[in-house]
Design a protein around this ligand. Sequence first.
Ligand code: DAK
Length: 253
Amino acid sequence: MFESGTIATLTINRPKALNALNRAVLEEIARVLRDVRHDSAVRVLIVTGAGDRAFVAGADIAAMAGMSTVEGLEFTRLGHRVMNTFEDLPIPVIAAVNGFALGGGLELALACDLIVASEKARFGQPEINLGIIPGFGGTQRLPHRIGHGRARELIMTGEMFDAPSALAWGLVSRVVAPDQLIAETRKLAEKIASKSGFTLRQAKATLRAAATMEEDAGLRFEQNAFGALFGSADQAEGMKAFVEKRAPQWRHR
Ligand code: DAK
């Protein structure tokens, strides 16, 4: 389910199976993300789950149960492609986690820039209980977000954790009442969308470099991105507006 606009919302809509990700759902997400990438009107994307029980309860276990090695490989490739596409979107992406975010569901949230959680949210990488390990990027993205020690314990025990723990560990940036989740996430999205879209793209690319590059390369990346902003319409406008004591009128370029 996809609603477009300055702030677009992608809702994973398979509530009977707690929004578990099967091939059809992953392919649909990939299609929506292609549209988002080419829609210059969209400045922030919110991702959430349908219903009040789950964000995404993981990859579809019933569908995976009978997979051959080749099918499993194809499935994990498709999943990685979708997670990478989220991470590679040039605009900020916010996960609004309304319930269970387990396995592939937590991995999907980890591929987003920010996570806002309902007080009812429950997180975890329970794959170990199924005789597998996280297969959509969790072994790499979870330690980047919350540190190696905690990530090791969570992946090796498969234990779930709640929203206050997720906040304390820096996984989520806000925890809100369940009935306020979408409104609060939209408020955050609107605040971000009120900035220059062009500058936000540079900020996102540079922040990503912090996770994917060695520090000296990342610092050079920052210098280049910072330098490239000089000469942009919005750098000129932002500084002129400050001097003239007025709000900037962003041109998003
Ligand atoms: N897949 C398929 N169906 C699921 C599901 C899932 N992950 N999670 C829940 N469901 C379905 C249940 O089967 C049930 O369906 P019906 O029986 O009603 O038809 C319905 O959703 C409601 O669930 P429950 O009846 O179980 O509800 P409860 O409140 O009792 O329990 C729960 C909620 C979230 C604690 C429980 O459903 C649960 O433990 N679900 C599984 C969570 C989980 O283990 N998630 C991780 C999945 S593994 C790979 C690529 C990727 C991955 C791995 C490998 N390669 C191919 C290499 C990623 C793996 C994962 O994400």
